[in-house]
Ligand binder design. Structure first.
Ligand SMILES: [Zn+2]
Length: 161
């Protein structure tokens, strides 16, 4: 045990032993690094979903990504995420970038807005689109027992289409 009392630097790394699963017996104190890891995981998750949503629109006759496309892609990602290769490595790299960027101020880029066509599911029969459409068809009846997945499902359902 150390007697160091650091106000800004949390030196308690016990959470590392258990990763993301914090049990009731453990202190529910989230360190900056733990929060950064969670943020990195969410960023990797959503960036895969955004990539998929662009593919889904590319395989349609519409001209741009809508909330509906993001919605389908997020649902798809729920089932794909843990099986993606190098996912832990991607999270680690993203977490590192977040740490480095913490002091930098990001400049916002102005993007020209263009009228985007209304969302409809595409008719593409490629493997990925077929699976995306199939997951969406079964989504409502899917009742995950894992609390994390349950929350994730609720959040995705909050997205207006
Ligand atoms: Zn397709």
């Amino acid at each position: 045990m150390s007697n160091n009392n650091n106000n800004n630097n949390n030196t308690d790394y016990t959470f590392m032993k258990t990763g993301f699963s914090i049990t009731g017996d453990e202190r529910r104190q989230l360190t900056e690094e733990h929060l950064r890891n969670i943020e990195a995981m969410i960023l990797v998750f959503t960036s895969h979903a955004i990539e998929t949503s662009f593919l889904y629109v590319d395989h349609s006759t519409r001209n741009g990504v809508t909330c509906g496309d993001i919605n389908l892609a997020l649902k798809y990602e729920v089932f794909k995420f843990i099986d993606r290769p190098n996912i832990q490595e991607q999270i680690n790299i993203t977490s590192q970038i977040l740490e480095e960027e913490e002091e930098e101020v990001e400049e916002e880029e102005e993007v020209e807005e263009e009228e985007v066509e209304e969302f409809v599911k595409n008719n593409c029969t490629c493997d990925i689109c077929a699976e995306i459409n199939s997951i969406d068809n079964k989504w409502e009846e899917w009742n995950p027992e894992e609390p994390f997945l349950e929350k994730l499902k609720e959040r995705i359902d909050d997205i207006p289409i």
